[in-house]
Design a protein around this ligand. Structure first.
Ligand code: COA
Length: 374
């Protein structure tokens, strides 16, 4: 038996050709390409092709994938009915998760190949989130538009308006930056589920459970609430000091792998600067520098720097996504990474089955207990 650290840090449990993270240098690579260079320079659909199918697409291949995604966006009636019935009472990420589960249980989805199921699921997740949000606000869901890109269609279905090009570009970059990130908790969970040979949908349902937690994808709404609560740059230091004094974590900071600034954060910061009102950007950048300084004082031997969630919250708000949908939007972006990992796991599968060390008693005497009626 081999003991590994509690959080599995430093342990390699799979080999992958998808993503490399250099935590010391602050680099993120998708199949050889720097993710921060892909963002904004090639469309998200091309990044999806890269991750799912092994290379950046030629023009015709990209067109074909776009058509396939566009054709797959509409939801079955049963999912629409479900969204309608829970829109006013349920929490968005749970609704997304249950909708994915329903989709996976339908006969029509069962025969698809793993890659085709990945494409269909990625196409439908934004429709689920947007339709749910419209039901929530007493509006009917909009039919998805096959003539729009993945990012543009999501914004269109949320708002009902033709999205602004700069918003589409920013959301497309966000999708690319969040598309994959090695074995983050949700992707690890997806691979563990896939190793049982369950279907793509069920493995993604498992991934969404892990994404929900505030230590993973649940963070951006807390970042947003923190910025609202701080309110003015002058209040940042005191607010953050109090947060740390209470033993709370500053959301949007720290990472298990990066020992420097998260490279995705640099791109998102640039986008935020272009998109948000100067006052809000000034507040966020002041909070960022104060938090860095306080975290450096508290942890002189450990770099706790800005992570992807900090400026994500500003970018998502700027393009018109309500804070309660931030984590769902993260899930929409990450569906490509999750499913690419599921495809990869399937190609060289072995059931994940670690062991635990039992620390409880082993020889308790049942005979000394009073008998109770069954
Ligand atoms: C993401 C995260 C879970 C990674 O944690 P990790 O690398 O495993 O670090 P640990 O949980 O072991 O923490 C190491 C130390 O740094 C501190 N720390 C880490 N992130 C911190 C943060 N954001 N604010 C305050 N302290 C932090 C911990 O309190 C701990 O201190 P201690 O050694 O005195 O107990 C962690 O940084 C965190 O909770 N961040 C806030 C949530 C967030 O932004 N999540 C989105 C991640 S993309």
């Amino acid at each position: 038996m081999v003991w590994v650290p509690k959080g599995l840090e430093g342990v390699i449990v799979a080999s992958t050709e998808l993503t490399k993270i250099d935590g010391q240098a602050g680099r993120l690579i998708y199949r050889g390409y720097d993710a921060t260079e892909l963002a904004g320079n090639v469309p998200y659909e091309a990044v999806a092709h890269l991750l799912w199918l092994g290379g950046l697409p030629a023009e015709a291949e990209l067109l074909q994938l776009r058509e396939k995604l566009g054709r797959s966006r509409a939801l079955p009636v049963v999912v629409e009915d479900f969204l309608h019935s829970v829109a006013k009472v349920a929490e968005p990420l749970s609704v997304l998760q249950t909708s994915v589960s329903i989709l996976g249980g339908l006969d029509s989805t069962k025969s698809a190949s793993t890659v085709n199921a990945s494409i269909a699921l990625t196409a439908r997740m934004p429709t689920i989130v947007a339709s749910f949000n419209r039901f929530r606000h007493n509006a009917s869901p909009l039919q998805p538009r096959a003539d729009l890109s993945h990012a543009a269609n999501y914004l269109y279905m949320l708002t009902g308006k033709e999205p602004r090009p700069e918003h589409v570009r920013a959301l497309d970059s966000y999708f690319t930056l969040l598309a994959d990130h090695g074995l983050g908790a949700s992707t690890f969970v997806a691979r563990v589920a896939a190793s049982t040979l369950t279907d793509v949908y069920s493995a993604v349902v498992a991934a969404i459970s892990a994404l929900k937690g505030p230590l993973h994808g649940g963070a951006p709404i807390y970042v947003w609430e923190m910025l609202q609560s701080i309110g003015r740059p002058e209040s940042a230091r005191e607010w953050l000091r109090e947060c740390l004094a209470k033993g709370d974590r500053i959301m949007g900071f720290g990472h298990r792998v990066y020992r420097t600034e998260d490279p995705r954060s640099k791109v998102l910061k640039r986008l935020a600067k272009e998109l948000v009102k100067p006052d809000l950007f000034h507040l966020a950048s002041t909070v960022e520098s104060e938090a860095r300084e306080l975290l450096r004082e508290d942890h002189p031997n450990r770099v706790i720097d800005t992570n992807v969630e900090f400026y994500s919250s500003l970018v998502l708000d700027a393009v018109g996504i309500p804070p309660e949908l931030f984590t769902c939007t993260f899930a929409c972006a990450r569906s490509v990474g999750w499913t690419a990992h599921i495809v990869e796991q399937r190609k060289d599968n072995r059931l994940f089955r670690p062991e635990s060390e039992y620390k409880g008693p082993a020889d308790l005497d049942l005979h000394g207990l009073q008998k109770t009626e069954a």
